[in-house]
Design a protein around this ligand. Structure first.
Ligand code: SF4
Ligand code: SF4
Length: 183
């Protein structure tokens, strides 16, 4: 009986080995999916929601949407963002107004959680999929997101309220009603 069990275990072992070899050979002839990076940098397709770098978009006039409110800084769980503001005279009102001085982002400590983007009430920051960040010192991972010389995008001019032509007539009629008649 012992001999039969011994032979049986050898057969099972050979069968398992053949199964393993079959899987290996199958993968050997399958098309390869290894990314040939960086050779394929030009045609590489990134996932749409892949987060790699926080950025602050600027328009053609070097305007951004950041009001220096600091909500993103307060929302960040690990102090990755520092918003520095300064006071400037508002061209619209002539009064001092808080504006963005520097929006600093420490890429080295970012966990790419996206809380800052979600909390910004003005849509001033967003993630891009630019993932190549190699630098020689960690200090160079601290990035200023607002461009030098950029400023807050001015508000569009207020749309003039439509003129109510009948308002004057109604006011005159009301005045006539309220004025006591003289005898
Ligand atoms: S993605 Fe998260 S960790 Fe990175 S800056 Fe935004 S809130 Fe902070
Ligand atoms: S990026 Fe948005 S949340 Fe952060 S300071 Fe600027 S306006 Fe405020």
């Amino acid at each position: 009986m012992k001999l039969i069990g011994y032979i049986k275990s050898i057969c099972v072992g050979i069968w398992r080995l053949m199964q393993g070899m079959y899987i290996s050979m199958l993968n050997f002839v399958r098309p390869k999916v290894t990314e040939q990076y960086p050779e394929n940098r030009g045609e590489h397709v990134y996932f749409e929601r892949f987060r790699a770098l926080l950025t602050m978009p600027h328009d053609a006039d070097n305007h951004h949407k950041c009001t220096a409110c600091g909500i993103c800084m307060n929302s960040c769980p690990n102090g990755t963002i520092t918003v520095l503001s300064k006071m400037e005279e508002s061209p619209e009102t002539g009064k001092p107004k808080k504006v963005l001085d520097r929006h600093l982002y420490d890429l080295g400590s970012c966990t790419f959680c996206n809380l800052c983007v979600q909390s910004c009430p003005f849509g001033a920051i967003e993630f891009t999929n630019q993932f190549e960040h190699s630098v020689f010192t960690k200090e160079r991972l601290v990035l200023q997101l607002n461009r030098p010389g950029s400023s807050l995008k001015p508000k569009p001019a207020a749309v003039a309220a439509p003129v109510d032509k009948q308002a004057g007539q109604r006011a005159a009629a009301q005045e006539t009603v309220n004025t006591p008649k003289t005898v």
